[in-house]
Design a binder for this molecule. Structure first.
Ligand code: ADP
Length: 478
């Protein structure tokens, strides 16, 4: 069976405890070694000071007074704490304080040489068998001229060792307390910081149980958690809007499929039940084909929309946009003429190329021209022009048609949306949604300005990027 994973809170707390324990041990070790070094230095300073004092006594008051001063200090400190020895200039022992506990002390090699060279005092540490604590030892020459002798002082480091022992003991005793406290502090901090994550998780659980309108409430849980909950909330808003959009689209599709299907069924029923002549049967078949075409057009537009929104990346090539618009103009000229509309496509713009999908770009321009012609009364004018502005190429489609009311203007790019005034004209309400999706798939956009009864101006923009062939001739018409 798979074991339960360790929670992030436990992991972080253990890491925190381990890190603070290690840090504590590191700091304690540094302090320990500094204290040990300072204490040794203190003993050395004392020994050197003693040598200086006894040197003065020897020079000013002679060897007898020196010896009695040494004995007095040895008695005061204790024979097991300090040892004094005097050596002649040939390295022969002259006198020694009580050395019962210092018998193992090794003699200093080359003592006589040391005397001849008159070196500075020599300090060293000694570890004697049977002695619990180490000792510090100094040899130095005292006196002057012919009276020079060697003084050896050995001092036990018991006091220093006791102090260090106490320090070690306090660290060992403090360690469990420190581990406990850092674990408790770590646990508290981690729980506090992960509280926000838990809130997000709980909301996610509620949502997966169906409460789609639930949101994480904003608070003061730290910038990272607030960003996470903000992103989570906005993601939920988008998902909810998407679901709403899909529901609306389903309704619209169902509605738009229902009418032509009902009509086709009506035609079929009439064909079956009625007693029609040849010409009437012909008309009924033609009507069925027309309704089927309308249905196919609707379904194809929806498929194109889905394809465009999925991205046209791999189908893009370098396209001469100017030529493409010119061709579209020529294609729509007969339709405009049929509607009694003057389609103005001057052909003098410099060529501009963009990276794009030819078929979909043709569809975009076609939809815009088709709308302009469809919603403009006979005798009206529709024009298309190319312009370069900053880093964009703009295709402007203007008409002198019925225009769009200011209330309806924000909705015209929504799927299946049709303005009230346009319901008498054929259409699906998908043309502009597809045009905008195509523009966006080419990293472009469509903007519209319109005044009812005066006309509309649609501006399609594409970024020029590096695919521009020419940037001259601003504002020219096709
Ligand atoms: P439709 O199939 O109805 O033309 P579109 O998505 O192409 O659908 O357009 C949505 C609505 O925007 C249209 O129903 C129409 O009311 C309005 N519209 C689009 N282009 C124009 C235009 N050039 N002039 C006036 N109204 C327009």
């Amino acid at each position: 069976m798979k074991s339960k994973p360790v929670t992030l809170a436990t992991r972080l707390t253990l890491w925190y405890t381990a890190a603070s324990t290690l840090l504590f041990l590191l700091v304690a070790s540094i302090v320990y070694y500094v204290i040990a070094a300072v204490l040794t230095q203190q003993v050395d300073d004392d020994l050197e000071e003693d040598i200086e004092d006894f040197d003065n006594i020897y020079i000013t008051q002679g060897i007898e007074t020196l010896w009695s001063s040494l004995l007095q200090e040895a008695t005061e400190d204790g024979a097991n704490q300090i040892l004094f020895r005097l050596y002649s200039n040939e390295g022969v022992l002259i006198n020694s304080s009580d050395r019962t506990v210092w018998n193992d002390l090794p003699p200093m090699p080359g003592l006589a040489d040391y005397f001849t060279q008159e070196s500075d005092a020599v300090l060293s540490s000694v570890h004697l068998d049977g002695h619990e604590h180490p000792a510090r030892m100094i040899y130095a020459v005292i006196g002057d001229g012919n009276t020079r002798i060697i003084l050896q002082v050995v001092e036990s480091l018991e006091e220093r060792e006791d102090l260090l022992e106490m320090f070690r003991l306090s660290i060992v005793l403090a360690l469990p307390l420190l581990i406990f406290l850092s674990f408790a502090a770590g646990w508290f901090m981690v729980r506090r910081s992960l509280y926000g994550v838990e809130e997000v998780t709980n909301t996610a659980i509620d949502i997966s149980n169906g409460a789609l309108s639930e949101r994480v409430t904003p608070g003061d849980r730290g910038e990272e958690i607030e960003r996470l909950s903000g992103t989570f909330n906005s993601m939920l808003d988008k998902i909810q809007a998407l679901i709403r959009g899909m529901r609306e689209m389903n309704d619209n599709i169902a509605h738009d499929l229902k009418s032509p299907l009902a009509r086709i069924r009506g035609i079929a029923e009439t064909t079956l039940t009625g007693d029609q002549n040849q010409e009437q049967y012909h008309d009924l078949a033609a009507n069925t084909i027309e309704e089927c075409d309308r249905l196919l057009h609707l379904i194809n537009t929806m498929l194109d929309l889905a394809e465009t929104e999925a991205g046209l990346g791999s189908t893009m090539t370098l396209i001469n946009l100017t030529a493409l618009v010119r061709e579209a103009c020529e294609l729509y000229q007969p339709l405009a003429t049929d509607h009694g509309i003057n389609l103005d496509c001057s052909h003098d713009a410099a060529d501009v190329s963009i990276t794009g999908n030819r078929q979909f770009l043709q569809r975009l321009i076609g939809n815009m021209l088709d709308n302009a012609i469809k919603y403009t009364e006979p005798e009206g004018v529709v024009s298309i022009s190319q312009q370069i502005e900053n880093q964009d190429v703009l295709i402007k489609i203007a008409d002198t048609g019925q225009g769009i009311s200011h209330d309806e203007l924000p909705n015209i790019f929504e799927r299946f949306y049709r303005c009230d005034s346009s319901r008498t004209k054929p259409g699906t309400g998908l043309g502009l949604s597809l045009a905008l999706a195509i523009a966006k798939a080419h990293f472009g956009n469509i903007k519209v300005e319109s005044n009812p009864k005066q006309g509309s101006l649609f501006t399609v923009s594409f970024p020029l990027a590096s695919s521009v062939h020419s940037r001259q001739d601003l504002g020219s018409k096709y």
